[in-house]
Ligand binder design. Sequence first.
Ligand code: C2E
Ligand code: MG
Ligand code: MG
Length: 758
Amino acid sequence: MKILSNIWNGFLNVFGIRKNSKYVKNYLNEANMKSGIFMSFVIFVLEIWLVIRQMNKYVIPKISGGMNGFEALFKYTSLYFVMMFFGAAMFMYSLQYISKKKSMSKMIVPIVFAGLSIALCCLLPFEFSYKSIVLNPAIDAVTIQGILKLFFYAAVFLFDVGIIFSSIYRYRGGKRASLSSVMVISLFALVCLAFGVMVSYGDFISSKVYSDINLGVDSKGNDVIKDVIANDKSNKQIICFLMFTIYIGCLLIWNPLISIGILGILFLGFFFLLNHVADLGGRIVPEGDQVNYITFFISLAMVAVSIYNQRLSEAKKDEELEELATKDKLTGLMSFEYFILQVRDRIETYNIQKSDSVYLFINVTNFKVYNDQKGFEQGNEFLKTIGQIIAGVFNELSLVCRQSDDHFVVFAYNKNIVEKINEINEKIRALDQDIKPGIMVGAYEVYNPNDDPRYCVEKARYAYSALKHENNGSIILYYDEQMHDDYLMVQYVVSHIDEAIEKGYLKTYYQPVVWSKGRALCGAEALARWIDPKFGFLSPGKFIPALENARVVYKLDKEVLRLVCQDIRYNLDNGLPVLPVSINFSRADFGIIDIVDVVKSTVEQYNIPHELLHIEITESALTDDEDILKLTINRLHENGFATWLDDFGSGYSSFNVLKDYEFDVLKLDMKFLTGFSDNKKARSLIKSVINMADQIGMKTLCEGVETMEQAAFLEEASCGRLQGYLYGKPLSYQEIMDRIANGDFALSDDILIEKKKR
Ligand code: C2E
Ligand code: MG
Ligand code: MG
């Protein structure tokens, strides 16, 4: 049974009876159209040559012999002109089909040729049918020849109408345009067939029929066939026969089974005709030749079947590749690359104008938590569902793709966007009541339809980043002018960081740090500033996040470290007071540079005592790769550098994480001091953090101290160090040195000792 079904399946495959996907159908169709280009071009050129030949051989001699010029032209060249226009119409049509862009001029040209061909077709059949059917009512070779000619002209006529219809239909974007082209190519093949049969048949019985029929007048004055002039074309039928089979070979490739069927019927019909008109001057095809012809037919059919199957497997392979390139494997949505192409196409096709459409960059919130808790597999399923939800809310006129991870991008008609986003958000929220996933969306309205879609998606993504940064509870933010300026600034900063370092635009400012007891100066924090020739003074908020996002902030951190070491070296060499300095390293540095190596080598280069440098690592880094972080901190300790935990309390890490790390100093974020004066809880909180730190052996520093009241409270609460505008804003090296020289700061003992030592 299995063998039988295998054989059956093989048969279905080989003869192309299986239903193919739309892609494969289009592929085969396009391949046929390409064959159509070559075939029709050959016909066109061949017919030009034949027209010239006919002119020399018949038209010119006949005109010199006194025949009317128009009549001679019509009589000896019109058939070739029909074929020439037919070839030209098909050639232009198939070119138009292959070309991706639709244009009026491309549509008109095949229509014009088809029109010319129709005009001639309408004139010619009269002549033939009149002579061979009306004047010769008996069913004989002459009549059959006439019928075959009529059949040929009818096929050409149908083909021309098909070309006109299909060109207009395609131009107007008809949904089944490819089907109309299948019709055209079938009619094209039909004309080829009809031509082949007509010519071959005529040639076979040419001694009686195909050559000129001379008319005469009978006794009643009616037209009659007076004479059929024989010529020497008989016996050459094999050439015509081969010609027409090769012509029809083109049809075989379209659909083997149907084509073989049509070809078979025509073959049989052809032999039948030949064998049954033998008494009219034709001859029965000798048996040996018949076997040869049938073998030829079978070989041709096999070649065509093999070409078809080769094309089919190419089409399928192509389809797979296309799927890979155009689809996102996980969600089944479009891939980002394909999305970009589609957007371009859409903008062009629908002539989209400013503000008509909008790009949305959608990020799934809490996806990381979901993935961590439920595992990778379920995370993937979750993304799939989200993809479906987004695609479901936006109609099919919108384009939806997954760009990467949990980021989706949409190109949609700019209407009811906020409602749609809310709908998606609610649906996603309902997927998990505990984790409460949701979305955050950056939107960018099409401003200039010629803008590169990637650039627009980037802006939507930028709006999303701004929204995330603002963190004000809303879930959608539109890109605006201010953001545009910020965007340009980001671009500028990232592309100019090397130049800024090289040309010394980057500076270190120092913010004083004092002991809370006695308020003597005990150190400083190094804070980066960018003094730009174009934009002037830039504070870190303008460039640090940009550099962090671009993962190049390590360049800045290395430079700040170098500048600090350089300043300390200068003070050491010149007997000036030397402040211990804390240096910020971004969380984005871990994994890109080896912080310990960088610090060690710079310090060695300037020969700086290790205890003069503290390394600040921000609290938010604790959520990153724990192993690297722990290792880095331990190695810093081993090398005699203190590590300070910056901005404690600004993020979401709990006290619990502190037990895992060896930080020396805990810097309380300035948020603790907001609302300090009228919020009793703030005071209790600060006290307990300080106590807790004390108990696990960490020293404390409070940032953002602005009032005497705060300072007094912190002193009482046993906070070790204070930093804030009350003691000084970040100052340039020169300013802070001047202020120390002026006696504005009392210097702590250790600084004085340090000074004495050198
Ligand atoms: P941070 O490390 O927490 O630095 C403290 C920030 O608080 C500084 O802002 C400082 O000027 C500001 N500040 C200090 N005292 C007060 C106060 O009493 N009131 C108020 N309102 N603000 C105060 P700045 O210099 O703008 O730096 C912002 C952030 O940029 C820094 O926060 C740090 O995270 C980052 N940053 C600065 N320089 C560097 C650097 O060289 N490398 C890295 N990776 N990050 C840096
Ligand atoms: Mg800091
Ligand atoms: Mg800080």
